[in-house]
Design a protein. Structure first.
Length: 72
């Protein structure tokens, strides 16, 4: 395999995993909020809190990845 091709594949895998990480963070926060709302009957407050925390965690993952890529 050419050096350019392997570098492209490596970068593609990195950015794909980053997108997956952000999506998983958001969905975990959302589903945790939905579950807690069902448990404590506080609809939609905990769903929104969980969604907000999931989005914050997703952006934190993006910031850490950007910081890590600057070091490379």
């Amino acid at each position: 395999m050419k050096k350019e091709t392997s570098k492209t594949i490596r970068e593609l895998a990195y950015y794909s995993s980053l997108g997956l990480s952000v999506a998983i963070s958001i969905f975990l926060g959302l589903f945790a909020g939905i579950w807690l709302d069902g448990k404590f009957d506080t609809k939609p407050i905990l769903t929104l809190v969980g969604l907000g925390l999931g989005i914050a965690a997703g952006f934190r993952n993006l910031a850490m990845a950007a910081k890590r890529s600057r070091k490379l």
